[in-house]
Design a protein around this ligand. Structure first.
Ligand code: URA
Length: 428
């Protein structure tokens, strides 16, 4: 006889009770080994979504998910470690310039990343646009690269928090992704198991993000910061806007090109601003507070770290990036000021053009995506290009154009308009 049974645990949460440590340990372990069925775990996940969990329950749930797999250990490195996690957004290529920028300060940045699903892109899909680049590294290769170069962006192995892998797939098909205790424990179990010393969380808010409103985003950020801090990881969070997509591109190769512009000392102002804000948090977490990270974008050392990082993973940082076979331009309908550019509409358009995938086994097109030629606050002239849509398959334009419809507003000339701030709040 086991200590607990699934119906007892589900009923307790259904009746708004706090689960005991022992109930949590049991249900997570039993689900991972297959003794609790998917239908039972989906019922429990829905009870958690509806009735919540207190901080003790969330911390215990996180610990149980960590205990389901291996823990990595970076304590043998001569550099301090700092990592970043974004809850996901449109045009969010920040990891690409950020990892080498922070590494250029002598910090090790282990970015265990994923592929994209749905309208938000995946970091690995973007880097795979670079000829030759390889996402899979052994643990030894990763450690060696962290010691010598400092930055690694690679595929997360299956060993970290396998309970989360199984539960996340279940939540995805049962309408239970949005539960704050489950999101927080999912993200933090992987980050704590990874063993980073410092962590900055970029919690996105707005139409293109999981969290559509700022109060829920603040609650998620606070929950994750508490989990990290209690586990001994120096953790902070920035709440950042995802009503508008980041930069000027959403896709794979085109986001790499934009990141390289930032590393060369240029690039869109918002991408530079967020890269520097997150770099400051990571550096502070690693004990480095007396520097301005902008200097290492200006003097080329972040670019040197980028090239070394790409070469170490068999990529050619100087090779031409793939381009799409077809393009379609959308012109501004009137003269005035762009006052809204909706992240979700742009993300869906890029996805429909082939930059993202519908099922996890689908391929992505390296050259596909959307370039926007104005950002909220910019003046536009009737007939000027507003968007360039890129894809290898002409038949994709129609559905991509449909997702952009209603996704932007041009107000009359002279309209007084100030864009919302990019960094909304800091927690930690
Ligand atoms: N990202 C994760 O890893 N887990 C979630 O639950 C949501 C976003």
């Amino acid at each position: 006889m086991s200590e607990h049974d699934a119906v007892e645990v589900i009923s307790a949460k259904r009746d708004r009770q706090s689960l005991t440590d022992s109930q949590i340990d049991w249900v997570v372990a039993a689900y991972t080994r297959g003794d609790v069925a998917d239908e039972q775990m989906s019922s429990l996940a829905m009870a958690i979504l509806l009735n919540g969990m207190d901080q003790r329950e969330i911390a215990r749930w996180t610990a149980a998910m960590i205990a389901s797999g291996e823990r990595m250990d970076f304590s043998g490195l001569s550099r301090p470690t700092a990592d970043k996690h974004s809850t996901g957004g449109v045009g969010d290529k920040i990891t690409l310039p950020l990892a080498p920028l922070v590494a250029a300060h002598g910090v090790a940045v282990p970015q265990l990343s994923g592929r994209g699903l749905g309208h938000t892109g995946g970091t690995l899909d973007k880097l795979e646009a670079i000829p030759g680049w390889r996402a899979a590294l052994s643990n030894d290769e990763m450690m060696e690269q962290l010691e010598s170069i400092g930055a690694v962006i690679c595929a997360a192995g299956d060993g970290l928090a396998p309970a989360d892998k199984k539960l996340y797939a279940l939540r995805d098909v049962t309408g239970t992704v949005e539960a704050i205790p489950l999101i927080a424990s999912s993200i933090m179990s992987k980050k704590i198991a990874e063993g980073t010393g410092a962590l900055v969380l970029d919690v996105k808010v707005g139409s293109g993000a999981f969290m559509k409103d700022v109060d829920r985003a603040r609650e998620l950020a606070g929950t994750m910061v508490a989990l990290g801090t209690d586990a001994g990881v120096r953790t902070t969070a920035l709440l950042t806007d995802m009503a508008t997509p980041l930069g000027r591109t959403a896709g794979n190769a085109i986001e790499v090109a934009e990141s390289v512009e930032v590393l060369a000392g240029g690039g869109p102002a918002d991408v530079v601003e967020l890269t520097l804000a997150l770099a400051r948090e990571m550096l502070a977490g690693a004990g480095i507070t007396d520097v301005d990270p902008a200097d290492k974008l200006a003097d080329g050392s972040a670019m040197d770290a980028w090239k070394a990082m790409i070469r170490a993973q068999d990529g050619d940082p100087d090779a031409e990036l793939p381009t799409a076979r077809e393009q379609h331009v959308v012109n501004a309908p009137s003269t005035g000021v762009l006052t809204r550019l909706d992240a979700m509409s742009v993300g869906l358009a890029a996805w429909r053009l082939g930059a993202g995938r519908a099922r996890k086994e689908d391929p992505v097109q390296a050259g596909a995506g959307v370039v926007w030629h104005a950002r909220p606050g910019d003046a536009v002239t009737e007939g000027q290009p507003l968007f360039t849509l890129l894809t290898d398959d002409e038949h994709r334009f129609e559905r991509a154009l449909a997702s952009l419809e209603g996704g932007y507003d041009v107000a009359p000339e002279g309209t007084d308009f100030t864009p919302d701030p990019l960094v909304i709040d800091r927690i930690g």
